[in-house]
Design a binder for this molecule. Sequence first.
Ligand code: SR1
Length: 348
Amino acid sequence: MKRFAIGLAGAGLLATSLLGAPAYGEGLAGAPAPFDKGGVKVALVTFISAGDFFQSYQAGAQKQAKALGIDLQIFSGRQDAAAQREQVEQAINLGVQGIIIDHGQPESLKDVAQKALDAGIKVVAFDVDLGNPAIPQVEQSDHELAKTALEQAISDNGKAFNAGYVYVAGFAPLDRRNEVWEETKKANSGIVEKARWGAVNDTTASSTADQTKAAFQANPDISVVFAPYDEFARGVKLATDELGISDKVKIYSADVSTADITEIAAEGSPWVATVATNPAVVGEVSVRAVAKLIAGEDPGHNIVVKPVLITQKDLRANAIKTVEDLDAKLPAFGKSDAATAAWIPAAK
Ligand code: SR1
């Protein structure tokens, strides 16, 4: 009986939120043109499609698009620069009013992004620097993210330790986090990078796990791993668990998902801290930014969603098991004021 009552309440909420959001083609009351009339189409062209971060980012973008009555079409790049470039061209040909470019290789995107601008299409970039003053950049304050993770590593392990570092060059967020890693080593001569490895592909976690095993076999004295991408951290944990050395290693990462929370909070887990935004919120911000541009408003050039420190200790102490629990306990994690406007409804 109780279950049924909860089900009815849930159905009521769903109906309200569906009724509250304008359908594509319907206008949004009180919004500036073209949102007052509806029919706005936006493309989200991704480079990395797999993994919790990107799934959640896309889900957040879809929710915000729905609240705005936008028809959002998502193109999955599958880590293929040529395919992503072609998809930007397809989006232009579809007659969208806005394009969000999510990660990718600047050199293969700059000219097609300019082609979109020349066609009157508004463009926003998330985590790829297209070096174009007309293209706002969304990012997660990667310098602050890496600084916070490394300060936690120093606070837990002191200023001298043997480190492993997981990094792949050429991704804007990883390159920015790398700048902080280099500065941190320079400022702390006791932090010694014994090995560096990493892969970004369709199976990043398992590729990283294989490489981690080789790195630890060659460098058994590594006690701290800086793995600033959750797929990297997952791979490192997989490897240390399999090698039976999880009690001798501590992992510091970026990003969080419900699956990551389970891994971090697990008994004996070496993954002791991560610094993260809610990726769904970053997706919402990206859609709001392009919506503001389409409406003739300025969302700002550098649009930053601030990350928060999440430690194993805090997750356990507060019985946090999901991203929704984090949203509820840490208001700074669950929402962002970036690229808001009175006429833009909250994503629900
Ligand atoms: C390969 S780049 C991976 C990063 O992109 C996003 O910025 C996420 O934070 C993730 O760590």
